[in-house]
Write a protein that binds this ligand. Structure first.
Ligand code: AHR
Length: 497
């Protein structure tokens, strides 16, 4: 089978916001306790955070991390996580039916993120709490001093404000599972008032208002419309959440699910722009896809895990090869919408539906999905090009006209390279010609692929066999670059320009 990828140097889609490669750490499962934090581990630093986990996080080049939830956020009292660790309360976390020890709170997490040079995207609880707790938290984190909350921060050892720039106004407030779930009307009013006071404390902050938590909810669309009617001029981003999975064990349908992500994003953009038109605003609202990933392996099995333990090991999906391909399609979809999606958070980072796995007290390893994310986050910086893909298509159970080739091209001026990301959804090899108008291609720096594995094969401790390897089937001719993309493969090509 044959395909073409065409770009023209003049046709730029967007300057990619680095925060497109954000991630997420929630107080749930073994993400924090037994994940990033494990004080008795031999590799832990003086504060109890694992250096071996930090090293893997560093490999992912994450610019931003959403914290502390998630569903956890909607029942969380942030004040429980400040002050002397020994006197912090142990609480029931009703969202995940776990015991929360509060050993890690704002100061500990901010120190960890600062060391890794990751910006924190902090959530305020709009489930059980409201505008008072939200404004106090902004004052605690961002006000310089001389007031009750800012002085308390200093008393707890942090003289300089944390200067947290991005804040989430609650989490998934439309979901019936959410503690303190609200109607669109109730949430829209509350989010608007919380936004106002938070920006009164610190006018420089940027706010993310909750959109739909799953695009299949019957309230999708009307939720956004109502919430934006209340908040449009007070917020900076609207959130989207979505998880995919191969529930029906049908690879062609599974790999097509990125088309649903694309439709979802375009639908939300249309809703934002219709509100902009209605109120005649000059402001264009951008999107924060602040939870996205593959999540399905543990949906049933987690029900058997004993409740009310600390660090209950839930959502520990072990990803296989086909999950890496599906994730690659989702990453390309985010890039193809990067003119409006400015923040995205792979949910989550460690142990909980995560690219990085740990044993509590033991080893770490990279899951299959680690690699496409790492390659895109490392090299997919700069400008996303309007990328035309000419390819045959197929129909699957839920989708029509699915392109066999999913691809996007990025130009990185700083490193003087063009980077092509591509997934071959077909079970045949795809001979692909890259026509790169306006560029002088000097050399092929790298051509790598993840291919040829059993679709259900997984990585394990000391067995990270599913990873990119060189693809030598690439050559440059007078008019284009020709590359053969293996059947069912994730690919990255880097060209020096
Ligand atoms: O990431 C796991 C959970 O998925 C989050 O807590 C919640 O926001 C979403 O439903």
């Amino acid at each position: 089978m044959k395909a073409k990828v065409l770009i023209n140097r003049e046709n730029i889609l967007s300057t990619i916001d680095d925060r497109l490669y954000g991630s997420f750490i929630e107080h749930m499962g073994r993400a924090v306790y037994g994940g990033i934090y494990d004080p008795s581990h031999v590799m832990s630093d003086n504060y109890g955070f694992r250096d071996d986990v930090k090293a893997l996080v560093n490999e992912l080049k994450i610019p931003l991390i959403r914290y502390p939830g998630g569903n956890f956020l909607s029942g969380y009292n942030w004040e429980d996580g400040i002050g002397p660790i020994d006197s912090r309360p142990k609480r029931l976390d009703l969202a995940w039916q776990t015991i929360e020890t509060n050993e890690v709170g704002i100061h500990e997490f901010m120190r960890w993120a600062k060391e890794l040079r990751i910006e924190v995207d902090m959530g305020v609880n709009l489930g059980t709490r409201g505008i008072d707790a939200a404004r106090n938290l902004v004052e605690y984190c961002n006000f310089s001093g001389g007031t009750y909350w800012s002085d308390l921060r200093k008393k707890h050892g942090t003289e300089e404000p944390f200067h947290i720039k991005t804040w989430c106004l609650g989490n998934e407030m439309d979901g019936s599972w959410q503690i303190g779930a609200k109607t669109a009307e109730e949430y829209g009013r509350l989010a608007c008032e919380a936004a106002k006071v938070m920006k009164l404390v610190d006018p420089s902050i940027k706010l993310v208002v909750c959109g739909t938590s799953i695009s299949t909810l019957p309230t999708f669309g009307s939720w956004e419309q109502t919430v934006l009617q209340h908040t449009y001029e007070h917020v900076d981003y609207l959130s989207l959440h979505m998880y995919y999975g191969n529930h029906e064990n049908d690879i062609s349908n599974y790999l097509a699910k990125s088309l649903d992500m694309d439709r979802f994003i375009k639908g939300v953009i249309a809703i934002c722009d219709s509100e902009k038109a209605r109120i005649k605003s000059d402001k264009t609202l951008n999107l924060a896809f602040d939870e996205w990933n593959i999540w399905y392996h543990t949906l049933d099995t987690d029900k058997q895990i004993e409740k009310w333990q600390v660090a209950r090991p839930i959502l520990e999906d072990i990803y296989n090869f086909e999950d890496a391909l599906a994730l690659g399609c989702l990453l390309i979809t985010l890039l193809r919408n990067s003119d409006r999606v400015k923040i995205a958070c792979l949910a989550q980072l460690v142990n909980v539906i995560a690219p990085i796995m740990t044993e509590t007290g033991g080893a770490t390893w990279r899951q299959t999905i680690f690699y496409p994310f790492q390659q895109v986050s490392t090299f997919g910086r700069g400008k996303a090009m309007l990328t035309r893909v000419v390819t045959d298509t197929y129909d699957s159970t839920d989708f029509s006209n699915v392109p066999f080739l999913e691809s996007v091209v990025v130009e990185n001026e700083e490193s003087e390279e063009l980077i092509i990301f591509a997934v071959n959804r077909s079970t045949e090899e795809l001979d692909t010609a890259l026509y790169l108008q306006g560029y002088n291609i000097q050399s092929i720096r790298e051509c790598s692929t993840m291919a040829g594995h059993d679709l259900k094969a997984v990585n394990k401790k000391n067995q990270e066999f599913i990873r990119p390897i060189p693809n030598r089937h690439i050559r440059q001719n007078d008019t284009c670059i020709e590359v053969s993309l293996p059947a069912l493969s994730w690919n990255m090509i880097r060209l020096k320009i």
